[in-house]
Design a protein around this ligand. Structure first.
Ligand code: NDP
Length: 323
């Protein structure tokens, strides 16, 4: 019998499948590889709809996890978030409450829930750090999703204060990599642009990027993020969240992203920016100081290499990718 059962909710998504990849491919027993006595279980919504309390309880009774990495969420890009605010608020609040409550009832030893830098206030001093989550209202474009995610931090503190629970959270910046959602409209910026550029090349049509291309973002490769989650699971025991990100000096503009996609896709057609579309927040640099001081350093995959590998994965898996 396994000494620890690590249940990964949202285990089939972008981040969950990356954790599975790292656990399966890193040397057994190494810092990020599978350890003796561990059983990793990766679940999708097919094993249970976590917005439903009874199905969530059943899932916990079935696997009896000792640890949970809670990734499952209703996730989407800027336009989807603006259009479906209540759905993003309600679904995510239900999912998070059911997971934390079931973990509490079954005496799960540790839960790491996944937040997002969207939780931070719109009007705040930069860089973002772990102390600034509740200092003001989030940006109105994703206020449903952001409020639902913020509540997880509130719940974690309440569980700790009332029951001594070891529930904590991670705050990744924008993630990209294999198995992302590459839909043209509802997805995040990198997978959406990769798909658009792929079609522009295939159909000999212009590659049109929404917005001015000027906003800046910090992007983390899903395989790097997976290692950081595994570190947090094994080596971090505190209720306060940790920002999982590349350094704040590694911001990339949307234009630089689009340029890198054009190059990786080997696209030579017309390439323009549709400046009538919304840009979202201009920038929101986040500090990874806490992470690096706790971990003692970490080698991130260079952005261009990670992007090239993601484009390669998309082209090779076009028929089965989420498009
Ligand atoms: P994906 O959309 O790729 O995957 C979502 C996962 O959640 C899928 O496995 C999905 O299962 C599962 N899921 C969704 N709804 C339910 C439900 N009601 N019940 C059970 N499972 C459900 O998401 P990501 O991997 O991109 O995101 C993982 C986490 O990281 C999320 O919490 C997200 O908020 C956070 N995050 C993501 C960022 C990003 O840039 N992608 C940035 C910052 C944070 P199924 O496929 O069966 O629907």
């Amino acid at each position: 019998m396994a000494d620890s059962v690590i249940l990964v909710t949202g285990g089939t998504g972008l981040v969950g499948s990356a954790i599975k990849h790292i656990i399966d491919t890193e040397p057994a027993g190494s810092r990020f590889g599978k350890r003796a006595g561990e059983r990793w279980v990766f679940v999708s919504s097919q094993e249970g709809d976590l917005s439903d309390p009874a199905q969530t309880k059943k899932l916990f009774e079935k696997y009896k996890p000792t640890h949970v990495i809670h990734l499952a969420a209703l996730v989407g890009g800027l336009f989807k978030n603006m259009k479906y605010k209540l759905t993003f608020l309600r679904d995510n609040m239900l999912i998070n409450d059911n997971v934390l409550h079931s973990a509490h009832l079954t005496q799960t030893k540790k839960v790491i829930s996944c937040l997002s830098t969207c939780v931070f206030p719109d009007k705040v001093t930069y860089p973002l750090d772990e102390t600034k989550i509740h200092l003001g209202l989030p940006h109105e474009s994703n206020f449903g999703y952001a409020h639902a995610k913020r509540m997880v931090d509130v719940q974690n503190h309440a569980y700790k204060d009332q029951f001594g629970s070891n529930f904590t959270s991670a705050i990744p910046t924008n993630v990209f990599g294999p198995n992302d959602n590459f839909e043209l409209e509802g997805s995040h910026v990198i997978p959406g642009l990769i798909h658009k550029c792929y079609l522009a090349k295939k159909n000999s049509t212009p590659f049109v990027v929404s917005g001015t291309g000027k906003p800046l973002r910090q992007f983390i490769y899903s395989y790097d993020l997976a290692k950081l989650f595994i570190w947090q699971l094994r080596e971090y025991d505190d209720v306060e969240p940790v920002i999982l990100s590349v350094g704040e000096d590694e911001e990339v503009s949307i234009k630089e992203v689009a340029d890198a996609i054009v190059q990786a896709m080997d696209f030579h057609g017309e390439y323009t920016f549709d400046t009538t579309r919304a840009d979202g927040q201009f920038r929101k640099p986040a500090s990874n100081k806490k992470l690096l001081s706790l971990m003692g350093g970490f080698e991130f995959t260079p952005f261009d290499k990670a992007l090239k590998d993601t484009v390669k994965w998309f082209v090779e898996n076009y028929n089965t990718a989420r498009t």
